[in-house]
Design a protein around this ligand. Structure first.
Ligand code: FAD
Ligand code: N01
Length: 557
């Protein structure tokens, strides 16, 4: 069912909760809050559910966490009934899955589509958020849950001359729903992150000529994608709840295969012989996927260990790409493997052996301008009919900062986060009572199987809201001390790893002027869950519960 919001009248009045976003986070949050008996309204800028998978329809888009795991675990009936057709499902199938969940749970009746939340202001007298949308909705809600996504604010760099381009431009994160036919065209792809690496091989097969503009080469592991193996599917489904429980305790929230071969190897890369190292890397390269980074336990903390994995990948690139000059350009050197999001591909490096593909290095000579005819680099014009921006997102904070969010004393979130995001557990921010973030900065979020992290946050938040209601509190707020302590921990744990060495979006480095802070919590999904559970068990340590002045009640704590 496709939702339609065109004729909807604007909402007014007071409700219990507003959720912003109807991706996997907002959908499950709605389901849980309904279960608590709350009145809920979800606002979603897109035309239907699915979030990431509604927007990112570029050719080649698919998940790189295996589909048996990149799916909801909260309902065994759901996970038993749904059948994935491939090891790593493509975007249309993931979107169908989201729609199926929405149908099953009858979610759409509480969702306003094509509706963007523009402001959220906290009213200290009533302990309510006053929320406005671009369609004129005005609603007061006790609880405001931002399920706005870590990778939903697409970003096109401000290239000089962009407006003059005579052809068509696309962004991978805002792909036309009717699809694009590149047959016979000269196409430019700018950007070689995960999106570019997925799109480039598919576009190359269709376009007359493809020119790839690469600023930073990426480490990419072959996916070895293929049709879902029935035996593999059944082995998961036989014991799904137990496997999901194991995955929740892993650092990344992913169980790497059901046999020991690709599991997390708790050995240092430096404690085995070079031959054994080579054997293990080769096995994982052959198996495909992000489990490559679990070959040893110190790849993200030891430069020396990391170098062994990085060199292995560079050797694969050299062995794959025929032209040695192109192979060298494609081989990443100036940051440790895994410290920019590891990519997973199908025929990415092989694509550069095609006669209709050209690689242009824009590291040494940056893109000068976009002209009417194409892309100009170092005085050379590359004439194209279409430009695909695979240039990523204002990650983790972009979607939140796009909303005018004001907490106590009308302080804006943008102002609070000038030096980088500050949260308690990645869930709340001091001075912003009753405002919750799902997979917010300061939580494992983008370093994990995000559906695992989403479910953990949603369950925790539903319990927290239930707890607040049970004790008669109308406001829940992180204390400044709790937030300060958490921010310091996130920073300290991050700096125990190699991650800060890369100019990555994890560090805010892809957005000019954005604070350089390692934003996610890298202590691991399992550890993080224990911390959150412990906080709850201690009566929500670090949170202050109170009752609104308007109700006349005294503070609840
Ligand atoms: P989203 O899916 O981003 O949904 C947020 C929604 O909020 C969006 O629909 C947006 O329109 C809406 N929104 C934002 N601001 C507003 C506003 N002001 N008003 C109204 N609506 C608003 N993660 C993995 O774990 N494994 C993968 O394999 C994987 N593959 C990915 C592939 C791609 C191409 C991309 C871009 C990301 C991928 N991710 C992957 C990350 C992915 O974003 C998450 O897995 C997950 O889908 C996030 O769900 P979400 O609901 O938190 O956010
Ligand atoms: O974005 P990115 P993405 N001139 O930021 C380049 C998830 N995801 O959309 O590295 C020239 O990674 C930029 O260069 P540099 C996943 O979490 C998952 O690809 O900044 N180039 C880079 O090459 C991922 O990490 C999947 O030097 C410019 C590229 O654009 C996240 O989404 C698939 C430039 C941007 O790469 C974002 O991925 C897709 C400029 N001015 C996405 N500005 C899966 O497979 C930027 N670039 C699961």
């Amino acid at each position: 069912m496709q939702a339609s919001a065109k004729s909807r009248a604007a909402d007014t009045g007071a409700i219990d909760a507003v959720i912003v976003g109807a991706g996997f986070a907002g959908m499950y949050m709605l389901h849980r809050l309904r279960g608590l008996g709350l009145s809920v309204r979800v606002y979603e800028a897109a035309g239907d559910v699915g979030g990431t998978w509604w927007w990112n329809r570029y050719p080649g888009a698919r998940c790189d966490v295996e589909s048996m795991q990149y799916s909801y675990a909260f309902s065994d009936a759901l996970q038993q009934a749904w059948r994935w057709s491939e090891r790593f499902s493509a975007q249309p199938e993931i979107l169908r899955y989201a729609a199926h969940v929405a149908d099953k749970l009858d979610l759409r009746r509480d969702i306003s589509f094509e509706t963007r939340v523009t402001t959220a202001h906290f009213d200290e007298a009533s302990d309510r958020w006053l929320i406005e949308t671009d369609r004129g909705d005005r609603v007061a809600a006790r609880w405001c849950i931002m399920a706005t996504g870590c990778l939903s604010a697409a970003r096109t760099p401000d290239f000089p001359g962009l407006a003059d381009f005579g052809g068509t431009t696309y962004h991978t994160g805002q792909w036309p729903h009717e699809g694009v036919d590149f047959s016979g065209q000269r196409v430019a792809v700018i950007g070689t992150g995960s999106s570019g690496i997925q799109a480039i091989p598919v576009i190359a097969e269709q376009a007359a000529h493809l020119t790839v503009f690469q600023r930073t080469p990426n480490y990419s592991i072959p996916s070895r994608n293929g049709p879902m193996d029935d035996a593999y599917e059944n082995s998961w489904k036989r014991d799904y709840p137990a496997y999901r429980a194991q995955a929740r305790r892993m650092r990344t929230g992913i169980l790497y295969g059901l046999d020991a071969l690709y599991g997390v190897n708790d050995q240092s890369a430096l404690e085995v012989s070079p031959e054994e190292r080579q054997r293990l890397y080769t096995t994982r390269w052959a198996a495909g996927g992000v489990a490559f980074m679990a070959a040893f336990n110190d790849l993200i903390v030891s430069q020396e260990a990391n170098d062994t994995a990085a060199e292995f990948v560079r050797a694969q690139i050299r062995a794959t790409v025929h032209d040695p000059r192109v192979a060298e350009l494609l081989a990443p050197r100036d940051y440790p493997i895994g410290t920019k999001r590891i990519c997973v591909d199908t025929n990415y490096f092989e694509t550069f052996n095609r006669a209709n593909v050209t690689l242009v290095d824009v590291r040494t000579t940056p893109i000068e301008s976009i002209t009417a005819m194409g892309v100009r680099v170092g005085g050379v014009d590359h004439a194209v009919d279409s430009i695909v921006f695979a240039t990523g997102f204002d990650a983790m904070t972009g979607a939140l900062n796009n909303i005018d969010i004001r907490g106590r004393a009308a302080r804006t979130l943008v102002d609070k986060w000038t030096e980088g995001p500050r949260t308690y557990l990645g869930l709340m921010a001091a001075g912003f009572p009753n405002l919750f973030m799902i997979t917010g900065p300061g939580s494992p979020s983008v370093l994990s199987n995000m559906i695992v992290s989403i479910e953990q946050h949603v369950d925790w938040l539903a319990d927290c809201i239930g707890h607040a209601r049970a004790r008669g509190a109308t406001a829940v707020e992180a204390t400044q001390a709790a937030e300060d302590g958490w921010v310091a921990l996130v920073d300290e744990v991050g700096h125990r790893t190699l991650y800060p060495k890369a100019n990555s979006w994890y560090m805010g480095a892809n957005i000019p002027g954005k604070a350089r802070v390692f934003m996610p919590y890298i202590g691991g999904v399992g550890t993080y869950r224990e911390i959150c559970d412990d906080v709850a068990a201690k009566g929500y340590e670090g949170l202050r519960f109170s009752a609104a002045r308007a109700t006349g009640s005294a503070a609840a704590e």
